[in-house]
Design a protein around this ligand. Sequence first.
Ligand code: IDP
Ligand code: MG
Length: 159
Amino acid sequence: MIERSLVIIKPDGVERSLVGEIIKRFENTGLKLVGMKMVWVDKKFAEKHYSAHKSKPFFRELVEFITEGPVVAFVLEGVHAVENVRRLVGSTSPHEAAPGTIRGDFAHLSMAYASKKGTGGKNVIHASGSKQEADGEIKLWFGKDELHSYTTVHEKHVF
Ligand code: IDP
Ligand code: MG
């Protein structure tokens, strides 16, 4: 099933110059970029994006963190994209994320820094957790005219 998923490289990932490395990992698997932008979101927008976490004790710091610098947001399209993107991203807590995943390879450094400051959640990247979440998040972050349909060489020559 062809799906679309939203990915956000969080401020820690952008500030650590991990954008190219992260996008490469998705492209390598054949996932297709269908929209992409750099944005510095405000608190109101961040609260909307994380509205499902409103009642969590870490909600405030999550909103603070995601608004502390620009992020790179993009939409990936592919077969079972939601699940496959999550697999490449790895577990939420960097110390549980497997080596080879984006969080497993990069987020532990952020976490070491974050725990010193007494804050959590600096795990480099966001990815939609379900098809339903993806649909809502893509609508929130991208206008219809910012998403593009085209054919990759994989589709042309492999399938
Ligand atoms: P996910 O990003 O893997 O989908 P969620 O449970 O949806 O994980 O949580 C959203 C974000 O909230 C996480 O990526 C992380 O940045 C932050 N977060 C989750 N749990 C905690 C926590 O216990 N303390 C601080 N931040 C957290
Ligand atoms: Mg989530």
